[in-house]
Every structure is written in C-alpha cells, then in structure tokens.
Design a binder for this molecule. Sequence first.
Ligand code: MG
Ligand code: ZN
Length: 220
Amino acid sequence: MSNIKIFCDFDGTITNSDNIIAIMKQFAPPEWDAIKEDVLAQRISIQEGVGKMFSLLPSNLKDQIIEFILNHAKIREGFSEFVQFTKEQNIPLYVVSGGIDFFVYPLLGDIIDVENVYCNQSDFSKERITITWPHTCDDQCHNECGCCKPTLIRTLANEDDVTVMIGDSITDLQAAKMVDTVIARDFLVKKCEELNIPHQSFETFYDVRKEIEKLVEVTT
Ligand SMILES: [Mg+2]
Ligand SMILES: [Zn+2]
C-alpha cells in the first residue's frame, strides 16, 4: 500500500474558474476591484482582502448568490471519477480551499465526504456578509492566508507520507513548495517554472489520475 496523501485546491482547480471573483463581478459595488488589486499586489493579505470584499455585500443576497453560483460554476472534467479512483486506491484526498462554505459545499454536493473539505465559513446574521476563519495560519506561516494550506498540510500529513498538491494559482504556491509532487495548471505552472519547482501540468482530472497512477507505481 502506498502512503500518498492528496491536497487539492477548489477554485480554478476543481471548478473551472474562481467563484469569489465571479460573485464580486456579479454582486459587488465597484470598490471590490481596488481591494482585489491590493491583494494581488500583496499590499493586504488574502484574509483581509476576502473579508473586506464580502463585507461589501448585504447578507440578504445569500439565496441569490448561491443560485447564481450553482448556475454558473462548473466542476472540472473527470473530478467525480477521480474522487472514486482515490477511494478505490485508499488514497486520502483533502480539499483545501480559500473559498467559502456557502458555495464550496453545494458545488461539491455528495461527490466527496464533507469531513475531507477544509474552507472558510460565512455568517449571514449581520447586515453584511462576514467571513469566519476556522483554519488560520499556525505559528510557522505569516501570510494571513485565511484558510492556510501549509498549516493544513502540516496538520494532516505525516513525515513519511508522499504528499501531492493540486492547484492553479498563487494561493497554492506555499503549499507547492512543501509537498513531494505538484500537479498544476494555469498561473501555478508559470510560478513553478520561474522558481524551478518540479511539477506536472493538467487540464482535466483524467490527467491528474494518470499522474497519481504513476506515483502509486513508484511508491508501492
Ligand atoms: Mg485556485
Ligand atoms: Zn498561512
């Protein structure tokens, strides 16, 4: 038996595009764009930026936002088959997401067990949407990630596990630096090339499955 553990991003990795950006484009007043620019330029942390963006939205939009996301977001090809494959192989698969519970869980539906999903949470009890952060950075991470992927990997993986990170963007980079195997698409590919981080690239989860099959072969 292999001791592979897989960590997989959600937005832009399991889904075809970024759901926070889609929600802001559809519902937020124009100020959201400056907050996004501040995050990208690293003038403010991801946690601060995401919190600020959602605080622009009234809580009573909840149902409309969920409906919008369910109608617009698409799960990447091969994902549910990939989850089945990991179950058959007894390979733990964790979703580690900077997304928010109210869209992550409905989009995943029953494809994957909820106890394997780690993301930010939301509170709609006040006038505006408040994001809460159950998985913040440990004392080894100072990025204010919001949902801290390096911290989750340190918590969930053991020394002798063969760790895999699947992701698409800058928010997966610190995790990519820690793991044994990186499977990347889009911006994360560029970053890995720039920093000489060995990686495989993917477009669908059928591609991901092939990489994991190779890994199973060399680790058993
Ligand atoms: Mg992503
Ligand atoms: Zn962190």
